[in-house]
Design a protein around this ligand. Sequence first.
Ligand code: PLP
Ligand code: SF4
Length: 322
Amino acid sequence: MSYNPPIGFVKKDIELADNIKKLPTLNSFSIEAEKQFPLLLTHEFAKRISWYNPEDPLLLQILPTKHELQKKPGFSTDPLSESIYNQAPGLIKKYHGRVILQLTGACPIHCRYCFRRHIKSNNIPSTLDDWSQAVEIIRNDISIKEVIYSGGDPLMLNSKKLLEISTMLSTIPHVKRLRIHTRTPVASPKRVNLELITGLKNLPLVVTMVIHMNHPAEMDDSVKTTLTAIVEAGIPLYNQSVLLKGVNDNVDTLTALSETLIEARVTPYYLHLLDPVSGAAHFFVDAKKGRELIDKIRLLLPGYAVPLLVMDTPGELSKTPL
Ligand SMILES: *Cc1c(COP(=O)(O)O)cnc(C)c1O
Ligand code: SF4
């Protein structure tokens, strides 16, 4: 079965957004914040929210609120200075041995704390031909062993195009690995169908996937079924989370998140400190609190279930472990 995400998502989500705005308990909702970064979510993610609980940890991640309008020094629109690493449309070369390819600006949901929430994605190629400049740069740089698909969310691209680009990259001898950074298995698990998984499995590359889940309530049977299918295709799964005030900044939630992931055969990878993006300051948890939390969950979990606490520092060639 083929899948065409954008149309299905957009139509349904507009209806959903209208419903959300009518909910009486959501009095922190702000139209002004919604204008800056529109409300967007899937029905599948919406199903996991307790809509009458204003502190629901999933709701907090997607609801545009008046807190976003507070200006805070040090919080900016491009906190990682990503624009300076843009070598060709869609290509970010920042780290040794690996490049980031932004396949699309679209996402299945809009996470309010996203560090790319202000970045306009009109510099992202749309046809296979438009990708040639980025592909040529990769072809001519033998230090690049890994290509990381990013976005937006790369799985918003239709499978045919995604597999075409991947096949093109797999003809470059020094490119050995493909990594996909995506929130789609969580936000829209059915999109990651057998056609896509089989296509990825058959690529002559080592394929890994890094999903993005911040709270155990983001897992349900449908997500788990998708994750199992990915692992069974031989694609290792990792997770990255962002440490978010009011969402997951406590020992119980972080422990349960790791347990939930491990039971779905996903390895917790990074726990990121929030990037200082304007509009998200109310989610910020500092490094000291982050360390305290990690020290406590280390006493409760096997070592492989404890994510690495990191922050992103502009200009650094790797994440900074804390
Ligand atoms: C840090 C980062 C990467 C690379 O991650 P590693 O796992 O450290 O190789 C890729 N994409 C984005 C957006 C990042 O911030
Ligand atoms: S890029 Fe990822 S974190 Fe940002 S809005 Fe899209 S899905 Fe959410």
